[in-house]
Design a protein. Structure first.
Length: 149
């Protein structure tokens, strides 16, 4: 169970995961050992999954973002696909969804050639019956933080 102090810590970490325990201690008015202990508990419980750096894709030659919708003929073929999707570096997110398709992928890749190569590999999965690819022209909102009330 998280209290208001835990929520303050999590909100601050989502703004900058490199904030020091010393700064957190000052901002939240709690001792450094107490902040450290709370962080350990949040990590151990799985609330904090990992710390990471957010990169600007355009500055590392990942100029194209696409959404790829995938449909399979039966659920067992989708299960095999789940294993393979984790191996593809350009697939950033994979969601099992309702509606006309079974999965949607968020892909960040170099260009149309790398997207085409990825699509070819994806289409090799047994039981795939349909795909639809949508190219993202611009990103309007990209919130990575989870709202904490």
């Amino acid at each position: 169970m998280m209290d208001e102090i835990d929520k303050k810590i999590l909100k601050r970490l989502q703004q900058n995961a490199r904030v020091t325990i010393s700064v957190l201690s000052q901002e939240i008015s709690l001792s450094m050992p107490a902040i450290s202990e709370r962080l350990k508990k949040l990590e151990a419980s799985g609330v904090i999954k990992q710390y990471t750096a957010l990169l600007d894709p355009s500055l590392i030659k990942k100029e194209m973002t696409a959404l790829i919708f995938l449909g399979f003929d039966r659920p067992s073929n989708g299960d095999m696909f789940r294993e393979k999707v984790a191996e593809e570096a350009d697939i950033k997110e994979c969601f099992y969804i309702t509606g006309d398709y079974d999965y949607v992928l968020k892909v960040v890749t170099e260009n149309t050639q790398s997207l085409e190569a990825l699509l070819s590999r994806i289409k090799e999965n047994p039981g795939m019956i349909k795909t639809e690819t949508i190219i993202v022209l611009s990103t309007i909102v990209d919130k990575l933080a989870v709202t904490i009330d």
